[in-house]
Structure formats: structure tokens, C-alpha cells
Design a protein around this ligand. Structure first.
Ligand code: SF4
Length: 208
């Protein structure tokens, strides 16, 4: 891998597959973004959007969500799976925001990862999408793409993947690169049955 190849990969994805590299989760502010990303674990953004409409209407602020009845929150989000844990996390997170952050979502990875249930990937997504701070979240799609395009080795850790992607991709493209790799992985280079036959990125890929 080198910077020129990384650029070719991103440009090809953009020109051929993902002309509009934007997030698919719906949110109106950083609190909603943070909750939506936490709810998106092991489900699709589409399903999250279906439940957050009602959730954010009923519980629009950290203050209000921190006082929610957990059974009601579980009931609203039950269709997305892991509802008990997810409800507990977003209520605890709201409590922490109210008590320690004046109900404002912090804008550093150190502070974000102190919030209940917030890992490095979620924090990086919030930094990039919420604050427009260059970041490189590595989720399952980005990791798979990084292996297939030889940014990383198959046994590299997620942190190593983040570091290597940041090394090869210029900082001003990190947020865009996240969307490009994620959406290409989600819809074309899927985990099972990737659409290899007509793929225009074959020459960069370990599966060529
Ligand atoms: S050739 Fe297949 S595995 Fe490789 S990037 Fe294209 S779709 Fe993905």
C-alpha cells in the first residue's frame, strides 16, 4: 500500500459506486447522533432510523432521556435487537451528559470514550459527523475493506487499522474515506457474496 494507491482506490469507489458519500443514520444534533450510533450496533441504519423517530420525539434531550422509564425505552427500540443493553446505555449516557457535561456532547475522543457504552468507533463517528473533526472510525465494513485492499493484514488490530488508514489517506479525506469504504463494503463488497464479477476495484484487491 502507498498513498497513491489509496487515492486510486478512494477515487474509483467515488466515481463508480458511491457518488454521494453521506451518513445513512438520521440525526438533528450531536446528542441524537451519539444515541443513533450506539443503537446501530448489529443492526442496519434503516432500522435504527425507524425507531429513533419516535425515541427522539419523546426523549429529545439528555435531561429528558435521563429520566426515562427504561421499560418504555426498551419498548420503543425493541425491533433493533439488544434493546435491554442499548436502552440502559443511552439512559446512563444521558445521565452522565447531564451530570458531568452540562448536557453537551464532548468533542474529544478522551471525553467521549468516558461515556457509558461509548467505544472508540462510536467516538470517532461522532467526532467526524458531529464536529467535522477528521477521524477514522473502523467498523466491521471498514476493517473488511482494509484487509481486501491490503491497507492492513488480516490479524491487525482495529487500532492498527485506524493508524494505517490514517497514514495512507490524507487527513482532509478521512471523513469522506470512512463513508466511501463503509458504503462500498455495505452494498458491493459484502462480507458474504461480494459482487466481484463486475468489480472495478479488482486490481487492488486480495481476491483478484
Ligand atoms: S473484487 Fe470482490 S472482494 Fe475485491 S473489492 Fe471487488 S467486490 Fe470486493
Amino acid at each position: 500500500m502507498n498513498k497513491e494507491t489509496a487515492k486510486d482506490i478512494l477515487d474509483t469507489i467515488k466515481n463508480e459506486y458511491v457518488s454521494n458519500p453521506k451518513p445513512e443514520l438520521d440525526f438533528n444534533n450531536n446528542f441524537e447522533l451519539l444515541c443513533a450510533v450506539m443503537l446501530s450496533a448489529q443492526t442496519t441504519d434503516k432500522r435504527v432510523n425507524e425507531v429513533t423517530k419516535e425515541l427522539f420525539k419523546k426523549y429529545p434531550t439528555p435531561q429528558i432521556l435521563s429520566n426515562a422509564d427504561i421499560t418504555d425505552v426498551i419498548n420503543i427500540i425493541k425491533s433493533i435487537g439488544l434493546a435491554n443493553n442499548k436502552a440502559k446505555n443511552i439512559i446512563n449516557l444521558s445521565n452522565k451528559l447531564v451530570n458531568d457535561y452540562n448536557s453537551i456532547v464532548p468533542n474529544t475522543i478522551e471525553e467521549l470514550t468516558k461515556l457509558p457504552g461509548v467505544g472508540r468507533k462510536t467516538a470517532n463517528v461522532v467526532l467526524g459527523l458531529g464536529f467535522n473533526i477528521p477521524s477514522m472510525p473502523v467498523d466491521t465494513h471498514i476493517y473488511r475493506m482494509s484487509v481486501r485492499f491490503k491497507f492492513i493484514k488480516e490479524d491487525d488490530s482495529v487500532i492498527t487499522a485506524e493508524e494505517k488508514l490514517k497514514k495512507y489517506i490524507p487527513k482532509n479525506r478521512w471523513i469522506e474515506a470512512h463513508h466511501l469504504l463503509l458504503l462500498f463494503g455495505r452494498y458491493h463488497c459484502k462480507s458474504q457474496n461480494p459482487l466481484c464479477k463486475e468489480c472495478k476495484l479488482k486490481k487492488f484487491c486480495i481476491k483478484k
